[in-house]
Design a protein around this ligand. Structure first.
Ligand code: TMP
Ligand code: ASP
Length: 237
């Protein structure tokens, strides 16, 4: 399936139409942003890592009963996906305190939670993706009660599957962000990406960060971190 016209360009990906109205092509860029686009840069090779890693995660999750938009990997940077309308909610699951959680609640990073947490942000760049709860999401008609229940169920399932998967690769899954979409018939499926841009990965032995925090925090070694996590995913060790 060939891409035709460009439908959308986001901060890290472009989306193209295809001859089939129910399918799109996603194309991953090396562009990186942080802090709602305030910080901009390039992470060489990121598009390839994020595309291929996302597709491996989507295949794994499908097998474990989480429906996704994934159809077929077309190339290193391009993937055929089912066309969805993205639900305007960013769904964040956390296993360990880090990032905005640590900052908001004034706690250190690295506190292991007894139970994973879930939070939602309103996916709206103009507003800076403000945090909201389920009642706010309903009031804003971002999703229905039933949709939110399904999204929560899938999000926790993704956490269970990925936490175990990454631990086998010597990596702790600290937290991550998911996005969901509606197919034309309204079915909720997992969409967007699962990559070092959207997850925090800490090496289980050394605690080294293997994700986009190296870019956000100017830590250096950004490309190497993406390469290292990708190598583990590819080799399975
Ligand atoms: P946070 O601690 O900054 O709220 O981030 C939580 C997780 O969500 C982390 O794994 C990074 C990911 N994330 C995104 O994928 N996109 C974003 O815009 C933000 C702010 C975080
Ligand atoms: N990609 C997001 C942005 O540019 C933020 C992030 O991942 O930290 O706003």
């Amino acid at each position: 399936m060939e891409k035709t016209t460009q439908l959308y360009e986001g901060k890290a990906k472009k989306v193209y139409a295809t001859a089939d109205p129910n399918l799109c092509v996603v194309s991953y860029k090396d562009d990186a942003t942080a802090f709602n686009g305030l910080k901009k840069g390039t992470i060489v090779g990121k598009g390839v890592v994020n595309n291929r890693m996302t597709n491996m995660m989507m295949r794994l999750l499908e097998k474990q009963g989480v429906p996704t938009h994934f159809v077929e990997e077309l190339s290193d940077r391009e993937t055929l996906v089912k066309k969805v309308k993205i639900v305007a909610l960013e769904v964040i699951i956390r296993n360990v305190s880090a990032g905005s959680f640590a900052k908001r609640y004034g706690v250190e990073e690295g506190i292991v939670f007894d139970e994973p947490t879930i939070e939602f942000s309103y996916k709206n760049d103009d507003l800076g993706d403000p945090l909201l709860n389920e009642y706010h999401a309903l009031a804003l008609k971002l999703a229905t009660k039933d949709e939110i229940a399904v999204i929560k169920k899938y999000a926790f399932k993704v956490n269970e599957v990925l936490k175990e998967y990454f631990l086998k690769l010597g990596v702790r899954l600290i937290d991550f962000k998911l996005e969901f979409g509606r197919l034309t018939d309204g079915t909720i499926v997992l969409a967007d990406e699962i990559s070092p841009d959207t997850c925090r990965f800490w090496d289980a032995k050394t605690g080294e960060k293997l994700d986009k925090d190296r870019f956000r925090r100017d830590m250096g070694g950004v490309e190497d971190a993406y390469k290292e996590i990708f190598k583990r995913v590819i080799t399975g060790e």
